[in-house]
Design a protein. Structure first.
Length: 85
């Protein structure tokens, strides 16, 4: 992918649409410039990685699916309400 941009007198550029799409950039997103091994790379600034993301899917799916989950939560709430009485 080869795309170019012109730097304005204020040091601004317009990131080509193909590059914005490739990086998933939207209006208001921030980018950072990182220099490595003589090359400067532009990359999106993303929030802190979720420390629990590596565990996603480790337990598989909940038996009974979404309906069973909702029923389980309802039961928990009912139990909580009874203990508060």
């Amino acid at each position: 992918m080869k795309n170019g941009a012109t730097v304005t007198s204020k040091g601004q550029i317009t990131i080509p649409l193909a590059v914005r799409n490739r990086l998933g950039l939207r209006e208001g997103d921030r980018v950072e410039f990182v220099t490595q091994a003589g090359q400067t790379l532009m990359k999106p600034v993303r929030g802190e990685d979720n420390p629990f993301s590596r565990f996603a899917g480790a337990l598989g799916t909940f038996p009974g699916g979404r309906q069973q989950i909702k029923a389980w939560i309802r039961d928990l709430r009912d139990d909580e309400q009874e203990t508060q009485r």
